[in-house]
Design a protein around this ligand. Structure first.
Ligand code: PGA
Length: 255
């Protein structure tokens, strides 16, 4: 990370874990542990947990996010939630394009782009996820895949809106597998993302962009990962469900 140029952010992705009462309890436990953080702290919780999470985090340095939003403002989209609905609750962030959405729920680069535009339009900050599959890495096309995902996802996003975007590099083979990318692998792709954004916008826009690593990041490996110039924090799954582990990761990004 390079804090002179951009903000480091540690975001938890709780996925489909914790009921509203459990969310409240976990945030209460986390609050004192992360109160002195010198980085952004975000928790992305299930939709139904949002009111309880917002209430529990009130007055603290923890920002609350959702894990997805639809690209239309309203309409016949059973089971979906719009960006405007989230914004009215007081939600600040939303994860878009997580690999589990792409893998299990048919998200494509095009729908990720539409959702990104809709979320930004609603005033939300977007944590935009990109990353290659294991076979793509083995085929040596990681750079091409990730650059393409970034380019398509950011179609129509203005330079001004880009300041409300965080990109999370999450190699799919590292998510929930315990198999972390090495710090060098993370650095290499995060730097590639920054170069891609510099080409699409401007070098200064790219330098100011927060780029996270995600995929089995934990209390043990966080230090080394955020020690890399282009790794500005992390998107944390499993380890964000334990207050002690999450706070160690926040501390690593606060150095
Ligand atoms: P993990 O998940 O930390 O459990 O690997 C990361 C993510 O999916 O965002």
């Amino acid at each position: 990370m390079n804090k002179t140029l951009r903000k480091a952010v540690i975001a938890g992705n709780w996925k489909m874990n914790k009921t509203p009462s459990e969310a409240k309890a976990l945030i209460e436990e986390m609050k004192p542990l992360v109160a002195d953080a010198d980085c952004g702290v975000v928790l992305c919780v299930p939709f139904v947990d949002l009111p309880a999470a917002l209430e529990a985090a009130k007055g603290s340095n923890i920002a609350i996010g959702a894990q997805n939003c639809h690209f239309e403002k309203s309409g016949a989209f059973t089971g979906e939630i719009s960006g405007g609905m989230l914004a009215e609750l007081g939600v600040e962030y939303v994860i878009i394009g997580h690999s589990e959405r792409r893998q299990y729920f048919g998200e494509t680069d095009v729908t990720v782009n539409k959702r990104t535009l809709a979320a930004l339009d609603a005033g939300l900050k977007v944590i935009l996820c990109v990353g290659e599959l294991l076979e793509q890495r083995e085929q040596g096309i990681t750079d091409e895949i990730v650059a393409m995902q970034v380019k398509v996802a950011l179609q129509g996003v203005t330079a001004e809106q880009l300041s409300n975007v965080i990109i999370a590099y999450e190699p799919v083979w590292a998510i929930g597998t315990g198999r972390t990318a090495t710090a060098d692998q993370a650095e290499e792709v995060c730097a590639l993302i920054r170069n891609t954004v510099a080409g699409l916008y401007c070098p200064n826009c790219a330098a100011a962009l927060t780029i996270q690593y995600g995929g089995s990041m934990n209390a043990k490996n966080a230090d080394e990962l955020v020690g890399k110039e282009n790794v500005d924090g992390g998107l944390i799954g499993g380890a964000s469900l334990k207050a002690a582990d999450f706070s160690v990761i926040v501390a690593a990004a606060s150095k």
